[in-house]
Design a protein around this ligand. Structure first.
Ligand code: EPU
Length: 430
């Protein structure tokens, strides 16, 4: 896949048209995780040679990260569906220009690898998402503790360090991106870096395992204390790696099944990466079993309301929240949802209200009073996860729901429409 896929709204925007038509049934396959593969791709900056990634989702953000890496000196090809080859040519330019960085948040993940490999980096400051400002102060403070010097001017960040050195870093909050940047930077630093209160999402474990396979020395992967002993660049080598399955896409199919009263096998889903969410879904009345291939779910009764608060992993991820609110919108009773990560991440609620949902927000809480059925209407996807929730809401609605802003959904979902069609949904892309 060499063509650019733009996350900016295309000239002739697509829409997704859904007609609620009853229970979904069958098997749906979950691809690899966006929030892992983008980081694995950025990490190929660390050493020369040809990396192979499998279980790669076919999403726009992968193409955008490919464009960014091409500008830096890593060439990406897609030899087969679900596979990427990334060739680090050794001619690395430690500059990440605005036109590419502004398109995806994960472009910040080139900071750690570029700085530790090249001793310098010039990176356009990453923007926010529709759900609010997303600062990078923890990334910067951690790299400063490792000896980097930062300058900010004209929308660019410049960092320098002849060689980063090990440091003891304790996060106030387990930031996903800061953990990843410091972990990758520490791999080539001089000495030992300890990261306390590190994030421990499955995608970070995936990155840690990728780095160790490359020759990095990391203890504590999957825990909140990471200990990284720096190695020389000559100790690293390229690897072949299978991307961890996408727990947010998996949850999307569970939610779609839940609101339609269906029965699905979600193949590839890792129940052990979704334990708390699956417990909460069981509290809502879903029958969930772990199978050899993934998760089996059936919804043979109306959903029951629950209260939910988002938290860093292993808590309920903020990225699940639009799906949960959509499920609560058609559940029996009243549920309160508390957002603890992004205070502004409720914009899609207005769209759900257009479909007849009874949701009120106040500060970082939403109170959702379930109604028996939503009613189809035109709605807009404001970000990736909100967009997927609109599709799920459309499945629970009477009549036609037309979703615009589909380019957001394309950033993180690999053929959402086709996968839902295969399990009986009346859905098409126009
Ligand atoms: N934060 C700071 N300072 C920092 C870093 C983070 O204040 O230096 C704050 C952020 O502003 C935010 C919170 O901490 O309020 C969470 O940020 P975190 O660094 O943990 O998240 P991220 O790395 O920016 C990733 C995912 C998000 C997901 C969050 C939380 C990627 C590319 N993005 O973002 O995924 O919501 O972790 O789990 O991995 C998505 O996929 O749609 C998406 C938004």
């Amino acid at each position: 896949m060499n063509a650019s896929v733009d996350a900016i709204e295309p000239l002739e925007p697509a829409t997704i048209v859904v007609r609620g038509n009853g229970p979904l049934a069958g098997t749906v396959h979950v691809p690899g995780a966006k929030n892992s593969v983008l980081k694995l791709m950025a990490t190929t900056i660390l050493c020369d040679g040809a990396f192979e990634l499998t279980n790669v989702p076919d999403i726009a953000d992968v193409a955008i990260m490919g464009d960014l890496l091409a500008a830096i000196g890593v060439e990406m090809t897609r030899p087969a569906a679900g596979e990427l080859v990334l060739v680090n040519t050794g001619r690395i330019t430690p500059v990440a220009p605005y036109e590419l960085v502004e398109r995806i948040r994960a472009s910040i993940n080139v900071l750690g690898p570029l700085l530790t490999r090249c001793g310098e980096v010039r990176l356009s400051m990453p923007g926010g998402d529709d759900f609010g400002a997303r600062p990078i102060d923890m990334h910067v403070a951690g790299l400063e503790a490792m000896g980097a010097e930062f300058k900010f001017s004209h929308g660019y960040l410049e960092a320098r360090a002849d060689r980063l050195h090990g440091a003891d870093i304790a996060f106030e909050f387990p930031s996903v991106g800061a953990t990843e940047n410091l972990m990758t930077a520490a791999v080539l630093a001089d000495g030992v870096t300890t990261i306390d209160n590190a994030a421990r999402e499955p995608e970070i474990t995936d990155l840690g395992e990728f780095l160790v396979a490359m020759g990095a020395k990391i203890d504590g992967i999957g825990t909140s204390t990471l200990v990284i002993e720096g190695v020389d660049q000559s100790d690293l080598h390229p690897v072949r790696h299978h991307t961890v399955p996408d727990r947010i896409q998996a949850a999307t199919y569970l939610a779609a099944c839940a609101v339609t009263g269906g029965e699905l096998d979600v193949v590839g889903a890792r129940a052990d990466h979704m334990t708390m969410l699956l417990d909460r879904f069981a509290n809502m009345g879903l029958e969930i079993t772990t199978t050899d291939l993934g998760i089996h779910v059936s919804a043979d009764q109306r959903l029951r309301s629950i209260d939910v608060a988002t938290l860093p992993y292993p808590g309920i991820a903020t990225d699940y929240k639009p799906l949960i609110i959509t499920m609560l919108a058609v559940a029996d009773g009243v549920g309160i949802v508390t957002e603890n990560l992004y205070p502004g991440r409720f914009r899609y609620v207005e769209e759900l209200q257009r479909l007849g949902a009874d949701v009120r927000t106040s500060g970082h809480h939403a109170v959702v009073r379930g109604v028996p059925r939503l009613s189809g209407a035109p709605v807009k996807a404001h970000d990736i996860r909100a967009g997927a929730a609109m599709v799920v809401a459309g499945l629970a609605a009477e009549g036609v729901t037309t979703i615009s802003g589909v380019h957001h959904i394309d950033r993180g979902y690999d053929d959402l429409v086709g996968r839902l069609q295969q399990v009986g949904a009346d859905i098409e892309r126009r």
